[in-house]
Design a protein around this ligand. Structure first.
Ligand code: ADP
Ligand code: MG
Length: 423
């Protein structure tokens, strides 16, 4: 594949054109507009988001685009280049497909019957992302206004690698919410759209994720990261200076698929909840490194190490922001390395492919490297001198071949702007 021989721009930035083409194929007419939102890479701050802590992601140049136009019959149709069939439902059925209290629905079976019940089981997972965003946005406006929602056709295409830890999910949510915000005249700000995306992912899709990905996508700026306090949702744009310093962020996508909803992720969250409860705090955000000896007494070894990862990772995010401001981007390498070690040894979410990617990148001159994303697969990032990208890439490929791993997909990501209207 091309990804084996080229480094940068292995993925063509063609999502906007592809979404428009799919829209024309779907409807036989032009879209009213095309809106897009980026994926994201997380520079540092892993598994801190759902602990009310700090994260430092940046939006990347890879984007998901939504070509859309209102329709007059109160129905919503979504299509994706990713899927073979479009999915169409009545807007008024969204509340039945995604009832606010899913447990109650399962218990009583009362909310949905007959044809709608059949539709619910027929909604493929991918369609729950855009349909869930429409549902979450409708829930934000008073019931009396619901009648004012027009139906809509949405065609989606993406350059964001799926399941590589670069949040194709936040990108599809952000593209959809940005399109609907304008077409429905909702006037919501980027934070409200991020929250609608998260709600879609948590409740319509059923993936128990935090708010980081959506905020990174919606608030991205060129050559800057988004410092996010996941408790207050306050953000600060942090200049990275990678371009001026001649640094690149190399993504090493192992191709090993993660599955958020499976045991590992859930078990980590449960450890964190037990840790916070034992320490008598609302979230691990409220625990500092000074509290760790007490945590060691109260918790079993596994839960203690999970807690130690989160507490030290929060501090590393703060230290990274400080180091960037004081000394610039070359000063953050050791913090990235420490973050990886903590995820490997304390949080135990790395895999041999990710450890190899990090070790080999560092051995060939990367300033820092760490796995990124939820873990159990996905990608690592390495902060690399621009001139050293080919050497590091070749070394990683060679090491993967030697170890018998599948060939990794290598490309650079550039801190980029958030959502926009493209057409
Ligand atoms: P990640 O966000 O790390 O890429 P997730 O598992 O969170 O991985 O989200 C990936 C899922 O999002 C896909 O399996 C699919 O259901 C949905 N998705 C992402 N991009 C698209 C797209 N362009 N079209 C349709 N569905 C998409
Ligand atoms: Mg995701």
């Amino acid at each position: 594949a091309a990804g084996d021989t080229t480094v940068a721009a292995a993925i063509a930035p063609s999502a906007v054109a592809a979404a428009g083409a799919l829209f024309r194929e779907l409807t036989g007419s032009e879209p009213a507009g095309v809106w897009s939102a980026p994926g994201r890479a997380n520079l540092i701050g892993e598994h801190t988001d759902y602990n009310d802590g700090f994260v430092l992601p940046f939006a990347i140049q890879h984007r998901t685009a939504a070509a859309a136009r209102l329709r007059t019959d109160g129905r919503i149709r979504v299509a994706s280049t990713f899927a073979t069939e479009p999915v169409e439902v009545a807007l008024d059925d969204l509340e039945v497909l995604f009832p606010a209290d899913r447990t109650r629905r399962a218990a009583t079976g009362a909310a949905a019957t007959g044809a709608v019940e059949e539709q619910a089981s027929a909604v493929p997972e991918w369609a729950a992302y855009p349909l869930g965003v429409a549902w979450a946005l409708r829930a934000l406006v008073p019931a009396w206004a619901a009648g004012t929602f027009a139906g809509v056709d949405i065609a989606i295409a993406s350059d964001v690698p799926v399941g590589a830890g670069l949040s194709s999910s936040a990108a599809i949510e952000g593209a959809t919410s940005t399109a609907l915000n304008e077409l429905w005249g909702l006037g919501l700000d980027p934070v409200a759209l991020a929250q609608a995306g998260r709600r879609a992912e948590n409740e319509a899709v059923g993936a128990p994720t935090g708010i980081m990905d959506q905020m990174a996508s919606m608030l991205g700026r060129s050559d800057a990261a988004v410092f996010l306090d996941c408790r207050s949702l306050e953000t600060r744009s942090i200049p990275l200076g990678f371009a001026e310093a001649g640094l690149e962020v190399l993504v090493i996508d192992t191709g090993v698929k993660h599955a958020h909803s499976t045991g590992g992720y859930r078990a980590r969250r449960e450890s964190c909840e037990r840790g916070a409860a034992a320490l008598g705090v609302a979230a691990l955000r409220d625990v500092t490194e000074a509290d760790l000896p007490r945590a060691a007494e109260l918790l079993d070894d596994v839960d203690f190490r999970r807690v130690r990862h989160v507490v030290t990772e929060d501090q590393r995010v703060l230290d990274t922001v400080a180091a960037l401001a004081a000394h610039g981007p070359r000063a953050i390498g050791d913090l990235l390395v420490a973050s990886h070690a903590s995820m490997r040894d304390d949080f135990e979410i790395s895999i041999p492919e990710l450890d190899t990617a990090v070790d080999v990148a560092l051995a060939h001159g990367a300033l820092g490297a760490r796995m990124t994303g939820g873990g159990f697969g996905g990608a690592a990032i390495a902060l690399v001198e621009r001139d050293a990208v080919p050497e590091v890439s070749a070394a990683v490929r060679a090491a993967f071949a030697t170890a018998g791993f599948a060939a990794p997909h290598l490309f650079t990501v550039t801190p980029s702007a958030g959502p926009r209207r493209d057409v």
